[in-house]
Write a protein that binds this ligand. Sequence first.
Ligand SMILES: *[C@@H]1O[C@H](CO)[C@@H](O)[C@H](O)[C@H]1NC(C)=O
Ligand SMILES: *[C@@H]1O[C@H](CO)[C@@H](O)[C@H](O)[C@H]1NC(C)=O
Length: 317
Amino acid sequence: MRAASLTTLELVNKGIGVVGGFVVAGLMPVMASLKSLYLSDNALCGATKFGEGTYDATGIKAIADALRDSASTLTSLNLADNYLADEGAKALAPAIAASTSLTTLVIHSNQIGDEGAKALAPAIAASASLTAANLLRNDFDVDAASMLLKAKQEHPTLTTLCGFKGDETRLNFSRQSLRPADAMLIAPEISVMASLTAANLLCNNLDKESATMLATVAKEKKISLCGIGLEQTSADFRGQGLEPNDSILIASDLGVRASLTKLNVRYNYNLGEEGKAAIKEADEAAIKGVRGGLTPKEAGETTTRAMRVPGVLGTRE
Ligand SMILES: *[C@@H]1O[C@H](CO)[C@@H](O)[C@H](O)[C@H]1NC(C)=O
Ligand SMILES: *[C@@H]1O[C@H](CO)[C@@H](O)[C@H](O)[C@H]1NC(C)=O
């Protein structure tokens, strides 16, 4: 096969490194038909995705320059898991702004901090072609996330900053080290996903504020935040290493899943007394809401549904 006719170059986890990055940058103008370039997990800046090795952004700068070239026909670029950090993001920004072909950009899990995100925001807003990006699992704060959201608003054809297709029915983000900034990017998107019924966001690094924001969206759309399906009547979260702020997500689910009759959250030693109390309170409030002010008997309940969380309450099995 001739390089000029290749449309896809898939080089995932090939140890490309900085020098290999220069090679790829040199190939890009030669490959006249190249549309999709997958370069995830290649230590393109010298450092592995875990940050081991000497950081050097010259290779990613060369790739950015090739992307910026007006002759580039690249539509999809995946640079996930490359420890691009701020300098790498800043190198990419002008190329993202200038490219008229790039529609999909995947740069999740790259330790991009506030400075990098703030360079990317105006570039994303300026892009004529971008329709989807994935910026999750980086290192920027909620202010930088706000700037990115604003850039998205200014760019109506850009549908996602989280790599969503939009037609997902379920999402699994449990144990993905998501931070408050990730929740900020995710919340407005799940609020407009027509088919989404359940997302699992448990066991991340969310704070109270971001978990509460997600719960607000979930309530509106009746989305589970703990991965509980519409049809589910019981959920078992025993020994999952739930964190105190997960109680906010669980409490939210007790509100949007009236069908749930049993929830077991035993052996989650970090949940804390406050977390347990919040769950109990949410359960009571939700059940009251379901009965519409009636007593269990008046509401026609044969067995009382008031205590769906026996493990926490320690009262019923
Ligand atoms: C969700 O993701 C977690 C972490 O990657 C995994 O352990 C779990 O099995 C997944 N759950 C489902 C239902 O796919
Ligand atoms: C829960 O949120 C608070 C701030 O709202 C934060 O200080 C704390 O670290 C969070 N807990 C976990 C386990 O992430």
